[in-house]
Design a protein around this ligand. Structure first.
Ligand SMILES: NC(=O)c1ccc[n+]([C@@H]2O[C@H](COP(=O)([O-])OP(=O)(O)OC[C@H]3O[C@@H](n4cnc5c(N)ncnc54)[C@H](OP(=O)(O)O)[C@@H]3O)[C@@H](O)[C@H]2O)c1
Length: 265
């Protein structure tokens, strides 16, 4: 269906979506998909050139993007980010808490406080700071969506992601439940998405990056973006509370029993 400007009508026309970690991976794919559906996307991350590249793609396709570099774990940055967003794009309708990442130390016996605090900072404190900043407008305006990218590490933490990563991802899962139980009647929808392995640049920083074959079997950033889009576009009466999204193939042959003689029926 077309509008007077000849652009098709999108599911998120007139909405403002703030996406953190929007310069790469899942955040980039999500920002592009929300913009394609008509949302004005506010692109947040620390590296401005990556955000500018995403904005160029959005604008090239006829969408609207605002670039705002910020550290999500710094309270002053977040305050300024949300104030400026209100000025240039209006109050936030959809917050996608996506910025995050694991540390380097998998053995808690060697883990320093700096790394513990940094990992909790981006994955947990950042989600609190952003949520606190957008909630008053959402409550006043009769609702909104807060969608947080947690991880399966929230349930099954391992040395690969490390202790603070699992703890932070479990923390945001709990925080989203708190939001639903506290602000559900205000039609604020809080969703926790728990991805398994997704083929993004973050995998390059693993001590042993996965093979091309293994990466090919993983979830893609645009698959997670579609999950975010679903959560953001259902009618306000309905919330996707949690969504686990994982590779179909486990990547190991133990999933299925070896062929053997058929059992008599
Ligand atoms: N890939 C997976 O297998 C997987 C699985 C489960 C969950 N996740 C989660 O998915 C989310 C996205 O990760 P990804 O896989 O797409 O990896 P990614 O490409 O490394 O994305 C992480 C993004 O977060 C931004 N960021 C990091 N620290 C920040 C800070 N302090 N302030 C603002 N932005 C910051 C980074 O940009 P700058 O460096 O420019 O700031 C980057 O764009 C993360 O929360 C991750 O934990 C990923």
């Amino acid at each position: 269906m077309g509008n007077p400007e000849g652009r098709r009508t999108g599911l998120l026309d007139g909405r403002t979506a703030l996406v953190t970690g929007a310069g790469t991976g899942i955040g980039r794919a999500t920002a592009l998909m929300l913009a394609e559906e008509g949302a004005t996307v506010v692109l947040v991350g620390r590296r401005p050139h990556l955000l500018a590249e995403v904005a160029a793609v959005v604008e090239g396709a006829g969408g609207r993007a605002v670039v705002h570099p910020a550290h999500v774990d710094k309270a002053d940055d977040v305050r300024e980010l949300v104030e400026r967003t209100r000025e240039v794009a209006g109050p936030v309708d959809i917050l996608v808490n996506n910025a995050g990442g694991a540390g380097h130390e998998g053995d808690v016996r060697r883990l320093g406080e700096d790394e513990w605090n940094a990992v909790l900072g981006v994955n947990l404190t950042g989600v609190y700071l952003l949520t606190r900043a957008v909630l008053p407008d959402m409550v006043e305006r009769g609702g909104g969506s807060i969608i947080t990218i947690s991880s399966l590490a929230a349930i099954r933490p391992t040395s690969l992601g490390g202790a603070p990563y699992g703890a932070a991802k479990a923390g945001v899962r709990s925080f989203m439940t708190y939001l639903r139980n506290t602000f559900g009647d205000d039609l604020v929808r809080a969703t926790c998405i728990l991805p398994g392995e997704v083929d993004t640049p973050v995998l390059d920083s693993r001590p042993q990056p996965p093979s091309e074959e293994r990466r090919a079997a993983m979830v893609r950033p645009k698959d997670v973006a579609r999950a975010v889009l679903l959560c953001a576009t259902l009618p306000p009466r309905t919330v996707v509370e949690e969504l686990v999204i994982a590779p179909t193939s486990s990547g190991w042959s133990g999933g299925r029993p070896a062929p053997g003689p058929r059992r008599p029926s």
